[in-house]
Write a protein that binds this ligand. Structure first.
Ligand code: SAM
Length: 482
C-alpha cells in the first residue's frame, strides 16, 4: 500500500487513495462539529498584513469538512468568506478569454468526450495555419487578447510541432488594433522536452484537467489510448514544471466521480505542487460534463446540482486563496452569475468549441466538443460583468513582465494589485471599448473606468493610467501596462 506523501513525485503517493478515504471519513464525522467548522472558517479568512492581505488557505482535510457540512448558515458564511478572499486578492476584476479548438483528431477513448477515437460520424478537422490565422482574426475582431488552445491527442495529426506552429501563427497575427497577447495551452500530458518547447514558444499557463482523481474510475473512463495511463497523466504537472513552465492549471471534470473524492484529490494536487515546486496552481477550472455529439451526461451517475457546484467553488476559494478560478461557457448565464459571487476570477466569453467555429456566421455544432450553454456575444458578456460591478479585464501584463509562478503570487500577497492589476485592467478595458464595443457597452464602460480610476491608491499611478486611457481614446496607441 502506498503511503501518503505530498512531496513525492509518484502519483499514488501524492494523490493517495487511502488518505482521500480517511479524509472523507473525517469530514463525514465532523460535518456537524460546529466548533471545528467555526475554527476552520476563521482560519480561512483574509488577514490584513501591512499594505496587503494574507490568507492561510486550508488543508484538504479542513476544506473537506466544510464541503461535507450542510448547516445553512455555515454554508452562507463560506460564500461570504469566498467573496471576501476573491475581493482581497483579485478585486472586482474578471479576466476574459476564449478557447480556440485546433484539431479534434484524437486517439484516446475518453468515454465522456465526443472526440473519442471510436466516434466515426463526427467530422474530423484540423486547422491549417491559414485557418488558424482566420480564426485568430475573428477572435481579435471580437476583442479577445487571451486564448486557451485546445486539441485532441494524436501524435500523427497533432504532433507538438503542429501545436508550436499554431502558437507562432497566433502570436504573429496583428489585425487592425488587435493582437493575442497570451496563449494558454490545454493539450494532453506530454514529455519534459515537449513542455520545454511550449515554454520556449511563449505560452502562458499549461492547463490539464485531471478528469478524475479516482484511479480505478480513471482507467475505466479512459479505456484506450495513451491517456489510459493514470500515473503519466497525474504526474504531468511535475514534468511541465521541470520543463520550465511556471504556471499550471488544474481541473476536475465534475460529474464523472463522487465530488467529495474529486475535491479532496484536487486540493492534494495543489498541496503537492506547493510542496515540490514552492508554488500552487496558477488556475483551477471547474468544468461539469455536458451533452455533446454522442455523449449524454446522464450516462454518468455523479452529476451535481447547481447548489453543490457553488459550494465546491467557494470551498476551493477558501482552500487555495491565491489561485485564479475559471468558469467556462459550459455553464449558463445564471450559474455563472452565482459563481462570480463565490470566488471565480476568470470567465470565457463568446466561445465556440468546434474546430473552425469562429469563422462561421452561425455557431456550428457538428464538431463541437460540448454544448455551449452561455451563447452571448463578448459585448454582452462584457456589459453583463460591468452591470454587476465587475471590471472585465483583458490584461496579460503579469506573464509578459515575467511575473509568473511565485512572483505572481507575491504580487497578489503584497497588496500591489490595486497599483498594478487594477490600472492594467482599466487600460485594457478602454482598448476593448474603443475598438470593439457597442455604443451602449461603451457608455457603461467609460462610466465604470471613471469610478474605478479613483480606487488606485498611488497618485502617480492613477495619473499615468488616466493619461494612457486618454491616449487610447484619442489615438491608436495600445498595449500600455504596469
Ligand atoms: N485532449 C486534451 C487532454 O487529453 O487533456 C485536452 C483538451 S480537451 C479539448 C479539454 C477538456 O474538455 C477535457 O480535459 C475534458 O475535461 C473536457 N471535456 C471533454 N468532454 C467533455 C464534455 N462532454 N463536457 C464537458 N467537458 C468535456
Amino acid at each position: 500500500m502506498a503511503i501518503y506523501n505530498p512531496a513525492s513525485l509518484k502519483a499514488e503517493e501524492f494523490i493517495n487513495h487511502e488518505e482521500i478515504e480517511a479524509t472523507l471519513a473525517y469530514a463525514e464525522a465532523n460535518k456537524n462539529n460546529v466548533e471545528l467548522i467555526d475554527q476552520i472558517l476563521e482560519k480561512a479568512r483574509p488577514v490584513k498584513n501591512g499594505n496587503g492581505c494574507t490568507c492561510a488557505g486550508l488543508t484538504h482535510r479542513e476544506a473537506s469538512v466544510l464541503l461535507a457540512c450542510e448547516i445553512p448558515e455555515k454554508i452562507q458564511r463560506m460564500y461570504e468568506i469566498a467573496e471576501e478572499i476573491k475581493l482581497a486578492f483579485y478585486g472586482n476584476r474578471i479576466v476574459l478569454f476564449a478557447p480556440l479548438y485546433l484539431s479534434n483528431y484524437c486517439v484516446n477513448g475518453c468515454v465522456y468526450c465526443p472526440y473519442h477515437a471510436k466516434n466515426r460520424h463526427i467530422p474530423r478537422k484540423k486547422l491549417t495555419q491559414e485557418e488558424v490565422r482566420a480564426e485568430v482574426i475573428a477572435l481579435q475582431d471580437m476583442g479577445h487578447k487571451r486564448l486557451a488552445i485546445e486539441a485532441g491527442e494524436d501524435p500523427k495529426n497533432n504532433p507538438i510541432e503542429y501545436i508550436l506552429d499554431c502558437i507562432h501563427t497566433i502570436y504573429s497575427v496583428h489585425h487592425k488594433n488587435g493582437d493575442i497577447r497570451r496563449v494558454n495551452v490545454n493539450i494532453a500530458a506530454t514529455t519534459v522536452e515537449n513542455y520545454r518547447k511550449l515554454k520556449e514558444a511563449g505560452i502562458g499557463t499549461y492547463i490539464l484537467f485531471q478528469e478524475t482523481y479516482h484511479k480505478k474510475s480513471y482507467e475505466q473512463l479512459h479505456p484506450t489510448g495513451p491517456k489510459h495511463d493514470y500515473d503519466y497523466h497525474t504526474e504531468a504537472m511535475d514534468r511541465a514544471m521541470e520543463g520550465g513552465i511556471d504556471d499550471v492549471g488544474l481541473g476536475v471534470l465534475f460529474g464523472l466521480e463522487m465530488y467529495k473524492y474529486e475535491f479532496a484529490g484536487l486540493l492534494m494536487h495543489a498541496e503537492h505542487l506547493e510542496a515540490v515546486h514552492g508554488v500552487g496552481p496558477h488556475t483551477i477550472s471547474v468544468p461539469r460534463v455536458k451533452r455533446a455529439d454522442d455523449i449524454d451526461p446522464d450516462m454518468f451517475d455523479n452529476g451535481i446540482d447547481d447548489e453543490t457546484f457553488t459550494k465546491i467553488a467557494a470551498c476551493i476559494r477558501l482552500a487555495v486563496p491565491y489561485t485564479g478560478m475559471i468558469i467556462s461557457t459550459r455553464e449558463s448565464e445564471q450559474v455563472r452569475q452565482r459563481m462570480l459571487q463565490v470566488g471565480i476570477s476568470q470567465v470565457s466569453g463568446a466561445s465556440r468549441t468546434s474546430v473552425g467555429g469562429y469563422t462561421e456566421e452561425i455557431r456550428p455544432t457538428d464538431t463541437e466538443q460540448f454544448d455551449v450553454s452561455d451563447q452571448r456575444t463578448l459585448d454582452e458578456v462584457v456589459r453583463w460583468l460591468m452591470e454587476s460591478d465587475h471590471i472585465p479585464s483583458f490584461c496579460t501584463a503579469c506573464y509578459r513582465e515575467g511575473r509568473t509562478g511565485d512572483r505572481f503570487m507575491a504580487l497578489c500577497k503584497n497588496g500591489q494589485i490595486l497599483n498594478c492589476c487594477h490600472p492594467n485592467a482599466l487600460m485594457t478595458l478602454a482598448e476593448y471599448l474603443e475598438d470593439y464595443a457597442s455604443e451602449e457597452t461603451k457608455q457603461v464602460g467609460y462610466a465604470m473606468i471613471d469610478r474605478e480610476l479613483n480606487k488606485i491608491p498611488k497618485e502617480k499611478v492613477r495619473q499615468i493610467a488616466a493619461e494612457n486611457i486618454a491616449a487610447i481614446r484619442s489615438s491608436n496607441r495600445r498595449d500600455f501596462r504596469f
